[in-house]
Ligand binder design. Structure first.
Ligand SMILES: O=C(O)CCC(=O)C(=O)O
Ligand SMILES: [Fe+2]
Length: 359
């Protein structure tokens, strides 16, 4: 069969999606967060109501067995997502030169981008990234803080009107959900609910607007190649097209995540894998594309502050569970990962197993 796409997009044969989407009866767990609408998150697990306790048990099992789950009754008003989806459509419909006016570069990772590579193969997509919490500009620090970390500065396009406001409102609402999930997961690890909150005081979280155009060769290319997310958690909204595939741990099969209206898909990132010393592992996932319909998705990458040192939490370490990872700075990991995403490298990009201690 002829190749209709540029060779830069073509996956190695073993990584190409099967021609039929693998829809499975037993997919990722679906968790109803409505207990949180009625009662606050307790300070510790022992103070939990029966409804919260059973919610914690579901979250724990999902984090342990899948590293992925879907949530409903999450408290994020649906019109905020509808507005952002509309703004995203409007932005991507602009002429290429207009979009490129806000393109990202090697210094500032925010803005428009259509040449991302995952594992050195180009992704069939275009994206717009913005940060949830712009760091304050401290003039005294403006000069020296160039080398170590990336500079986050939102780049708002002029069109469509209201774009920045739709982004901002959505970010605030999903940020609240992110902290709720962070606290729930801390409780499932036997920690005080707010044990991890301090790492996010100067969070470097990013929201990404993804557009996957219809692809003439969906059996050769991927919207996003197989990967794990590097941050703490990802909170993903998708439209009704479908295409996210999660690698099931029990048998290594790729499982398509069924779009559910008004739901979010949550996944554990590498940072949680390290904090939990492998109790919760980040799961591999990818995005398949199709030849008929474009797909929009919006991940919120919940990332700690760039200066945070990521290492297994002392409370979870003992003789039976010795430390499995070397410590690293989140900002350095992120920056190295970004450099690899920006262009094709001859070597493998930075991965979490590079920090695994030799046994
Ligand atoms: O579009 C999706 O469903 C997932 C995107 C994704 O995995 C990512 O951007 O890291
Ligand atoms: Fe991802």
């Amino acid at each position: 069969m002829g190749t209709l796409v540029d060779p830069a997009f073509v996956q190695a044969p073993e990584h190409r999606p099967k021609s039929t989407g693998t829809e499975e009866a037993v997919g990722i767990p679906l968790i109803d967060l409505s207990p949180l609408l009625h009662s606050p998150i307790p300070a510790t697990g022992s103070a939990a109501t029966p409804a919260i306790s059973s919610l914690l048990a579901e979250v724990e099992a999902a984090c342990r067995d899948w590293g992925f789950f879907q949530v409903i009754n999450h408290g994020v008003p649906s019109e905020l997502l509808d507005n952002l989806m509309a703004a995203s459509k409007g932005f991507f419909a602009l002429p290429a030169e207009e979009k490129r006016r806000v393109r990202k570069d090697e210094v500032n990772p925010l803005g428009y981008f259509d040449t991302e590579h995952t594992k050195n193969v180009r992704d069939w997509k275009e994206v717009f990234d913005f940060t949830v919490q712009e760091p304050p500009v401290i003039p005294a620090l403006a000069e020296p803080r160039t080398a170590e970390f990336l500079t986050f500065k939102n780049r708002w396009p002029e069109y469509p009107p209201g774009f920045g406001e739709a982004c901002d409102k959505y970010a605030k609402a999903v940020n609240e959900l992110a902290f709720k999930l962070l606290e729930l997961i801390a409780l499932t690890l036997g920690l005080p609910a707010k044990r991890l909150n301090g790492f996010f005081k100067d969070q470097s979280s990013i929201i990404r607007l993804n557009r996957y155009p219809p692809c003439p060769s969906p059996h050769l290319a991927l919207g996003v190649g197989r990967h794990k997310d590097g941050g703490a958690l990802t909170i993903l909204a998708q439209d009704d097209v479908g295409g996210l595939d999660v690698k099931r741990r029990s048998d290594g099969e790729w499982i398509r995540v069924k779009p559910i209206p008004n739901s979010y898909i949550i996944n554990i990132g590498d940072t949680f894998q390290v904090w939990s010393n492998d109790k919760y592992e980040s799961a591999e996932h990818r995005v398949s594309v199709n030849s008929e319909r474009e797909r929009l998705s919006i991940p919120f990458f919940f990332n700690p502050a760039q200066y945070v040192t990521v290492q297994p939490l002392v409370e979870l370490i003992d003789e039976k569970n010795p430390v499995k990872y070397n410590a690293y700075k989140w900002g350095e990991f992120y920056k190295t990962r970004q450099n690899g995403n920006f262009k094709k490298l001859e070597v493998e990009n930075i991965q979490i197993y590079h920090f695994k201690k030799a046994v």
